[in-house]
Every structure is written in C-alpha cells, then in structure tokens.
Ligand binder design. Structure first.
Ligand SMILES: Nc1ncnc2c1ncn2[C@@H]1O[C@H](COP(=O)(O)OP(=O)(O)OP(=O)(O)O)[C@@H](O)[C@H]1O
Length: 250
C-alpha cells in the first residue's frame, strides 16, 4: 500500500467527525471517498494532508509514519493536494503559476535573483507539465481568464509541479459543466495510466466516481460503511440506504 490510515479519529467539540477510520490505498490506483453531506470526508482528507491533526490513529505513506506532518513536509515526500477552490493566481499567466510551484519545490527565490539557466530550466519544466495536462498553447493566458475546466487542469498542473507520487483531490469536479467534468475525469485517468500516480479523490458526483475509480470508500457519520470496487459498491445495501433519493441511478 502506498498510503495506509489506521484508526484515524477527530472530534470537533462533542462531535466525532472521523471515527476510527481505516483506509488502504494501493499504488497507481484512483481511490475515491464518497458519502452524504457531513459524513466526514473533508475532515478525513484534511487529516491525511496535514491541515488538521487527529486525536488518535495514524497515517503512513510508504514505510513512513506521516501523522500530523505539515502540508509542506508532505509535499517534499511526494504527497500533493488540490483544493476545492482553485489555488491559482488569477493575475499571473498560466506558465508562471506552474513556475511558481516549481520554484517553491526547489526552494528558489523570485526569478530575478536566479541565473538565467535555472530560470530556463524552470520554464521548460513548467511547459512540459502544462503539455501533460492539455494546456499546451495556453501558457501566456492569464490564469483568471481560463475557462473553468482549464482552471482545474491548471490546479492539477500546480500539484504535479511538486513531483508527487500521490495526489489528493478535494472535489475536482465540483461546479463544472458536463463537458468540463469529462475533461477533468480523463485527466485524472491520465495521471494514473500515463504518469503512474496514485490519486485519492473526495467527490460528490457519484456517477463519475463509479466510472473513474478502482476502489471506493463510503463514509457515513464519520465511519467507513463500505470499501470495495465500484461494482460492489453499487449493489451495497448500506450504501444505498446512506444515500437518499437514489443517487446511484445516475
Ligand atoms: N471546523 C469544524 N468545526 C466543527 N465542526 C466541524 C468542523 N469541520 C467539520 N465539522 C463537522 O464535522 C462533520 C463532518 O464534516 P465534513 O466536512 O468532514 O463532512 P463531509 O463529508 O466532507 O461533508 P460535505 O460533503 O458536506 O463536504 C460535520 O458534522 C461538520 O459539521
């Protein structure tokens, strides 16, 4: 397993938002976490990515205990995340957004203080990453002027700039048109198939999750109620009951 979560627990006051959660993520897979509103998905995600600390339990990445590590430390180890709201700088161009992330990975200061060769290397790498996510030809566009779907692709490019082995995505399809969702879904598949990355996705679009994922973990009231490949999840009665209004008809 590339990532293992064991008995992870987090309380908010009297509320146990994440309750003794176990999770095992296999390398080079797309593993989705779904569940109704308030199930604890985002809290679990934040516990894994280090933005909050658990009261109990542990998170392991490969052979290392990373429980409570900061996002910066995790990034150095190869764990990246993308956010529900995009983390792009709208007033910088597309290339510069990725270049910033590369410089930050390398601990470089602003470009004027760098030798030209170092800066060229950064820009070449940024250009390569943008090509991978389908943004070739859009390097000079101001990020804020990109269409919504492309902004999400840029977000993913920024994540890739950290050179991760594992990328965690918080609702990558949220608020998108059908066409944009298809674009981002293909991109996520490419991350696994072409780049060999492991992708963990928290997502509300159950229909897309079913098509996209190798494995799905379903949460309700802070606990895991099912963990299986999509075909099994589809037929799972506890999961059906957790979702009112027949979400699985999609
Ligand atoms: N910072 C916080 N302080 C207090 N309670 C919180 C906090 N964050 C989350 N909660 C509560 O913890 C529970 C789990 O919330 P969480 O956001 O993890 O669920 P979720 O499955 O991601 O839901 P959604 O699908 O609506 O985003 C909810 O009852 C929520 O109200």
């Amino acid at each position: 397993m590339i990532l293992s979560v064991s008995q992870l627990t987090k309380n908010f006051g009297g509320l146990r938002a994440v309750n003794k959660v176990d999770l095992a993520i296999a390398p080079a897979t797309i593993h989705s976490i779904i569940g109704p509103n308030g199930a604890g998905k985002t809290t679990l995600f934040n516990l894994i990515t280090g933005s909050i600390k658990p009261v109990d339990g542990s998170v392991r990445f490969r052979d290392r205990d990373i429980t409570g590590w900061s996002p910066q430390r995790l990034a150095k180890l190869g764990v990246a995340r993308t956010f529900q709201r995009t983390s792009i700088y709208a007033r910088l161009d597309v290339l510069e957004n990725v270049a910033l992330a590369i410089r930050s990975r390398e601990g470089m200061t602003t470009s004027v203080w760098q030798p030209a060769s170092a800066e060229r290397r950064v820009r070449d790498e940024a250009t390569d990453i943008l090509a991978k996510v389908g943004l070739r030809g859009r390097e000079a566009v101001l990020a804020g002027n990109l269409a919504h779907g492309y902004q999400r692709s840029l977000d993913i490019a920024i994540g890739l700039a950290l050179n991760p082995a594992l990328i965690l995505m918080d609702e990558p399809l949220a608020g998108m048109s059908r066409g944009d969702r298809e674009t981002v879904a293909s991109l996520i598949t490419m991350l696994r198939d072409t780049l060999g990355l492991t992708v963990v996705v928290v997502e509300h679009d159950v229909g897309m999750v079913m098509r996209l994922s190798d494995r799905i973990t379903v949460m309700q009231h802070g606990t895991v109620i099912a963990d299986a490949p999509p075909a099994e999840i589809r037929g799972n009665e506890a999961v059906r009951n957790a979702y009112l209004h027949g979400n699985f008809a999609q």
